[in-house]
Write a protein that binds this ligand. Structure first.
Ligand SMILES: NC(=O)c1ccc[n+]([C@@H]2O[C@H](COP(=O)([O-])OP(=O)(O)OC[C@H]3O[C@@H](n4cnc5c(N)ncnc54)[C@H](O)[C@@H]3O)[C@@H](O)[C@H]2O)c1
Length: 596
């Protein structure tokens, strides 16, 4: 039999605390909500009222239930009010000395059997517990932001936490409708250990002006299906909290430079730009606490002016290649009304490519997404050729041949001789430096990367890679073309991994390292990222889909170019690839796919 907690105290009613109060009160549990001042108490109360009022307005909560929920909360200043609760959850700022002080005080105030829990994201629960005379009743209950919505709770057990307390808290999570993973006391636990290196890296890209905040966020949302981009997430978490978490993870987690907070974060915190809670962080919000982003001086001017900058009108497009990407790209351009010249290495390849494009268009017709007449018109716009000379009069060439630098360079040298002046020459490379390809021509200003995602007709993201020689006009033309294709073009510099892969693969590699260190299981890690951070797939599910060999190759590239020790491929990943466990395509990767 596990113990049932009838009343709960929550200390600190900021971003997390107010949400945690809501979770308990919604589930019929009485809450004593405690803050340090009357003003902070009012803010916490306003957060809860606002959130429940929104739920009522959306029809997700009956007005009477809201009133009952609110009536369960007893608002108090000072810890003394917690004398008779069964469980306390602390959610004050992420400072060890403050938390220790609060736990020492809770230990004096609360009943001897009361369980004391911290919502810390990165501090040592063990160090917090020793501030009390009951470390065996101290535990980490780590909720995710926003607490009422995110399903995951990480339960952190120290070496002294009693097994009964762990079982009681696990039962409580089930009662709250949460999914828990129970883990030991390590910096960042599962989710934050995998998340914060990525968030910090994204901030470093902004700091280095590698890409804009909008483009970084759009890239990760559209390229990886994440619920929000990293900079919007930093604003939601709060930059002060994020700073403290990174700082603690750096110190506790082996001084990995990727966790050393990027200087920009500290500057923003000092300037009071804390994110949503202060009304301004990476973005500007309608008012403090509001999720509504309003334009500011960094907001890009409307697409109209970009389109006007499209000095080079593009009507006819050449696509070179006959693989998966070329097939998708031909379809995308033809459907958008461009005249397309497809060039392959032979009539046989062209015939196959024609069949592939036709089959894909037919699927659109079967699904009711494309009319038969539109399909025929799209097909009619394509010319099939095996001669590069047919690209003499196109306005844009998109190269999608094999990922080998020598092949691409030779092709670009030929294009340089064949194409008319002013043509935009684009490469779809996902890993080679675009500048190498550009320098194979006499017109590097006209060369740009157009990194489509697979499948091109479905994925709406295109990374527009500008080299240090690409002209503004070329980039503007590329951006305008993406707009015409109904895609979001994000502009970035010519660095390994561009935006998406540079931010995604180190995170996947970190997950492999975590598994290798036996901190958790593949299932729990996948769960944590899906339920704690809203990712569409866990890292091991994604690695198996992408292919372990592909992932390893990308990670190696990133490591070689950036020389970041933390990017070194996980030995386990190398071993699995050597063993032929390449993921779904091989029937086995991190999981066995033959039995499913
Ligand atoms: N922000 C997130 O996304 C997130 C997610 C999970 C866990 N956490 C963790 O939750 C904890 C709280 O973070 P937050 O982002 O909600 O911080 P916050 O700054 O939004 O809120 C902290 C609140 O604690 C109050 N407080 C300070 N001293 C107090 C005291 N002595 N007694 C009572 N209240 C006091 C403050 O007035 C403030 O309202 C941290 O440990 C953080 O690491 C944060």
């Amino acid at each position: 039999m596990t113990r049932e907690f009838a009343s709960v105290g929550v200390v600190g009613l900021g971003t997390m605390g107010a949400g945690i109060v809501e979770v308990f009160a919604r589930n019929g549990i009485d809450v004593v909500a405690v803050e340090v001042t009357e003003a902070a108490l009012e803010r916490g109360r306003a957060t809860l009222t606002g959130s429940t009022d929104r739920a009522v307005a959306k029809g997700k909560l009956a007005a009477a239930d809201r009133d009952a929920l609110l009536a369960r909360v007893n608002w108090q200043v000072g810890l003394a009010a917690l004398h008779s609760v069964d469980l306390v959850i602390e959610a004050v700022p992420e400072h060890l000395d403050l938390k220790q002080q609060i736990f020492a005080e809770l230990d004096r105030v609360c009943k001897p059997e009361t369980v004391l829990a911290t919502n810390t994201s990165s501090l040592s629960v063990t160090e917090i517990s020793v501030a009390t005379t009951r470390p065996n009743q101290v535990i980490g209950i780590h909720f995710f932001n926003p607490a009422p919505i995110m399903k995951l709770v990480e339960i952190v057990r120290t070496v002294v936490t009693s097994a009964e307390v762990v079982a009681d808290v696990e039962a409580l999570c089930a009662r709250l409708g949460k999914v828990d993973v129970t883990i030991s006391d390590r910096a960042g636990f599962i989710a934050n250990a995998l998340l914060f290196g990525y968030l910090n890296h994204a901030v470093s890209l902004v700091e280095a002006r590698y890409a804009s905040r909008e483009d970084i966020d759009a890239a990760m949302k559209l390229g990886c299906g994440l619920p929000m981009g990293p900079l919007a997430l930093m604003d939601l978490i709060g930059l002060d909290t994020a700073y403290e978490i990174l700082d603690t993870m750096y110190r506790r987690g082996g001084r990995d430079r990727r966790h050393a907070p990027v200087p920009l974060i500290k500057q923003m915190v000092t300037a009071g730009l804390l994110g949503r809670k202060s009304g301004r962080g990476f973005y500007t919000y309608e008012r403090p606490g509001s999720p509504v982003v309003v334009p500011d001086d960094q907001t890009p001017v409307s697409e109209e002016s970009t389109l006007e900058a499209r000095a080079r009108g593009i009507a006819k497009v050449g696509v070179v290649g006959s693989g998966t990407m070329a097939t998708g790209i031909i379809e995308v351009f033809a459907k958008a009304g461009y005249e397309v010249v497809s060039v392959t290495r032979g009539a046989e390849k062209s015939a196959k490519l024609f069949e592939a494009v036709k089959t894909s268009l037919n699927k659109g017709v079967v699904r009711g997404k494309l009319g038969e007449a539109d399909r025929d018109a799209a097909l009619g716009r394509i010319t099939w050729s095996a001669t590069l000379e047919h690209l003499a009069d196109v306005d844009l060439v998109v190269e999608a041949v094999i990922e080998e630098l020598s092949v691409k360079k030779a092709l670009f040298a030929s294009l340089d001789e064949i194409c008319k002046p002013g043509v935009v020459l684009a490469t779809t490379t996902s890993s080679l430096p675009v500048i190498d390809v550009a320098m194979a021509t006499q017109r590097p200003a006209d060369v740009v990367g157009l990194h489509f995602f697979n499948p091109a007709p479905v994925m709406s993201l295109v990374e527009i890679v500008q080299t240090i020689r690409t002209s503004t006009e070329t980039t503007a033309t590329a951006k305008a073309v993406c707009g015409e294709l109904g895609k979001t073009g994000v502009v970035c510099g010519d660095r390994s991994g561009f935006i998406v892969n540079a931010l995604l693969f180190p995170y996947l590699n970190d997950a492999v390292k975590m598994l290798e260190a036996s901190y958790s299981t593949a299932d729990d890690i996948d769960h944590a990222m899906k339920l704690g951070c809203g990712y569409p797939m866990g890292p091991f599910e994604l690695l198996d889909v992408v292919g372990l060999d592909v992932s390893l190759a990308i990670q190696r590239e990133l490591y070689l170019e950036l020389r970041e020790p933390g990017f070194a491929p996980a030995p386990l990943l190398e071993h699995l690839v050597t063993a032929g466990y390449l993921g779904r395509k091989a029937g086995r990767g991190f999981r066995d796919h033959t039995r499913r």
